[in-house]
Design a protein around this ligand. Structure first.
Ligand SMILES: C[S@@+](CC[C@H](N)C(=O)[O-])C[C@H]1O[C@@H](n2cnc3c(N)ncnc32)[C@H](O)[C@@H]1O
Length: 341
């Protein structure tokens, strides 16, 4: 069993934590885990860090912990003695960075910490320093109670998600789900390659685009032909062969055998409900969802917090496994709820 770490970004922290823990649980069991601010530390028998950095919307980096120290002073004292052979060899290049999450606790570090660690690694292994594109990225994470020396993997997905923001897609409408929240909802739903994902209020396909990039077969339903044409333009851009779009009413959907539903029904603000009260529409759709999703599948739904989606889910007797709130702007807080069928 090895020790791993992951750092999430500072935006939508509650959602980021839920997403990370869900992704790790797809791959491995977790032991002795703890959150220290935005740093997650855990032991696991299988390394989940490739999955984490390739899939998580809110993860900045993840990796394996080489050594844990009680303080910076201990790192300075013990750095010469820790075993480095398993982590880096003379043929490789490396870089060292540090991040201080203990500033608010009065822990300050000199400017030379990374340089000191780099010098010890260079002297002891013969590896070459390369700050631009190193083979091995060493990260020193300073937390209030301890300091970890890690071999880190940096997420490139964050940059890709920003490039896939709705405004940069081939077709755009303000009601579209942004790529970062859409990706995290797909992760909370535990979507895997080859599975079938339905969004019965698919609009321009913000959620379906992320599901398609994960490798799912996607099905979109929407009342509006104009939105379906937009979804087609956006999904074609990803994979022309793996999506189905249907003009229909989510209150009467007759699809069966989907692995997951991931969706955000209209709140009656930017996106239209065509005269149907948003709450009634949400309720009608929820009552049908167990017929659509196969046993063992999931539903991940986002709605305005005023709509009471988790109360509806509880009153329907569904098994709710996650509930997170995110503040979109001063007038809108979203509630994201995950159900297992
Ligand atoms: C918030 S938008 C969906 C955004 C989309 N899920 C995404 O990922 O970008 C809501 C969509 O629900 C559609 N809609 C409204 N009432 C519907 C109904 N009864 N059945 C199906 N779609 C409906 C609207 O046309 C609109 O496109």
């Amino acid at each position: 069993m090895n020790t791993y770490y992951s750092i999430i970004v500072g935006e939508n922290v509650e959602l980021g934590k839920a997403e990370l823990e869900t992704l790790i649980s797809i791959q491995t069991s977790v032991h002795d885990s703890k959150w220290v601010g935005r740093v997650f530390l855990f032991n696991a028998p299988i390394d989940p860090t490739d999955l984490i950095v390739n899939r998580a919307a809110y993860v900045r980096e993840a990796g394996e912990v080489i050594c844990m120290f009680d303080s910076i002073e201990e790192l300075y004292r013990e750095m010469e003695n820790i075993a480095l052979d398993d982590w880096i060899d003379s043929t490789q290049s490396f870089s060292v960075r540090h991040v201080n999450f203990a500033k608010d606790y009065g822990v300050s570090i000199g400017p030379n910490l990374s340089r000191f660690v780099g010098r010890v690694i260079k002297d002891r292994t013969g590896a070459r320093v390369d700050l631009e594109s190193s083979d091995i990225k060493i990260q020193v994470v300073i937390m209030p109670d301890n300091v970890i020396l890690c071999k880190s993997k940096i997420s490139r997905l964050r940059g890709e998600l920003i490039k896939r923001t709705p405004g940069r897609k081939p077709w755009f409408h303000p009601s579209m789900m942004n790529s970062i929240v859409a990706r995290s909802m797909c992760n909370l739903a535990r979507i895997m390659t080859g599975e079938t994902v339905l969004d019965p209020f698919c609009g321009g396909g913000g959620i379906l685009c992320e599901a398609a990039i994960i490798g799912a077969k996607t099905i979109g339903i929407d009342l509006s032909w104009r939105f379906l044409q937009g979804a087609e333009a956006n999904l074609k851009d990803i994979d022309p062969s793996r999506f189905t779009l249907i003009q229909s009413d989510a209150r009467h959907m007759q699809i069966i055998g989907c692995d997951h539903i991931v969706t955000d029904p209209p709140y009656g603000r930017v996106s239209s409900t065509r005269g149907e009260r948003a709450i009634k529409l949400l309720w009608n759709f929820l009552t049908l969802s167990p017929n659509v999703v196969s046993k063992g599948g999931t539903l991940c739904v986002s709605a305005s917090s005023e709509m009471g989606v988790s109360d509806m889910i509880d009153s329907l007797g569904f098994r709710r496994v996650c509930r997170v709130k995110i503040r979109v702007h001063s007038g809108l807080t979203r509630e994201i709820v995950v159900v297992e069928f």
